[in-house]
Design a protein around this ligand. Structure first.
Ligand SMILES: N[C@H](CCC[C@H](N)C(=O)O)C(=O)O
Length: 281
């Protein structure tokens, strides 16, 4: 069978096509259009994010992870994919602690006995300039409202998030409000939009509209943003379980502003990408 090998993986249903650019240089330096073609759920393999594992640049890292959304755009962070890539690298190296490099820094990952993976997603940023926002506002109360959503919390987890709290997250038409908020002028780099309801001081229900993708079953960086936002508002403690459409993630916001995310990894299938999808006819 010819073609470029890939592995189809997911984290709570947030799904990925994972290529190994260390072995297949043809998948290095993909352009946005090619990435979108591969991610297309009808004529490509189909995924929320397209991931390419590359050789590490930093001597401390075991591998570099490049992340592209379903729309082909390259982004800075993807928590669920980080667990999947870490799981691959742990298997290659035969150890449970690995370091995954991204465009925004080094992420420590640790494999647990139950098969889940904990990733230190780095230090969250809370200043308006770092979200980023277009106005110098208090990021704990962003003056943004649309329909039933108002008073967002801005959090950067390597990527931008706008977190809204409501009484019942399930009742919000996120397909209607998500795209408008994703592209709102308040977010110069657009934003991932989370809609959350507090179950108790240790548990949050969250749904997500992802930048460059749409509604996904789970978003690791979004869960980190929701956990931090809830703690900032005094709605929960600093360690919470975030219940996503696809299942739970455990999030802990440490005193040094690092955020730990723990969750599962799953592999669906392996395959071979036909060269025509790479634009090589
Ligand atoms: N699903 C990913 C988030 C991808 C974020 C991406 N949509 C962006 O544009 O930042 C996660 O598990 O963290």
């Amino acid at each position: 069978m010819n073609g470029i090998p890939f592995v189809k993986m997911h984290g709570l249903g947030n799904d990925f096509v994972v290529f190994d650019g260390r072995r297949d240089p043809a998948v290095l330096d993909l352009d946005d259009a090619t990435a979108a073609r591969i991610a297309d759920r009808k004529t490509g393999v189909g995924c929320d994010q397209l991931i390419v594992i590359e050789p590490a640049r930093d001597d401390l890292a075991d591998a570099f992870m490049r992340i592209r959304n379903n729309d082909g755009g390259e982004v800075q962070a993807c928590g669920n994919a980080t667990r999947c890539v870490a799981n691959i690298v742990m298997g290659e190296l035969g150890r449970k602690d690995v370091i995954i490099e991204t465009v925004v820094g080094l992420l420590d990952a640790n494999g647990l006995a139950d098969g889940r993976v904990t990733v230190d997603m780095g230090q969250v940023k809370l200043d308006w300039r770092d979200i980023p926002l277009s106005d110098a506002v208090d990021t704990n109360h962003i003056p943004l409202s649309l329909g039933p959503l108002s008073d967002a919390v801005g959090v950067n987890v390597g990527n931008p998030h706008g977190v809204f709290f409501v009484d019942d997250a399930e009742s919000i038409d996120i397909e209607k409000f998500g795209p408008v908020l994703e592209h709102h002028e308040m977010f110069p780099e657009r934003a991932n939009i989370e809609v959350c309801s507090i179950i108790d001081e240790n548990k949050i229900r969250m749904r997500v509209w992802e930048r460059g993708v749409g509604v996904t079953r789970a978003c690791g960086t979004g869960a980190c943003a929701a956990g931090v936002a809830a703690a900032r508002r005094g709605l929960t403690g600093r360690k919470v379980e975030v219940i996503l459409d696809g299942g739970p993630l455990t999030i802990e916001w440490l005193p040094d502003d690092h955020v730990l995310m723990t969750g599962p990894v799953a592999t669906s299938f392996s395959g071979f990408l036909h060269a025509s999808l790479l634009g090589n006819h």
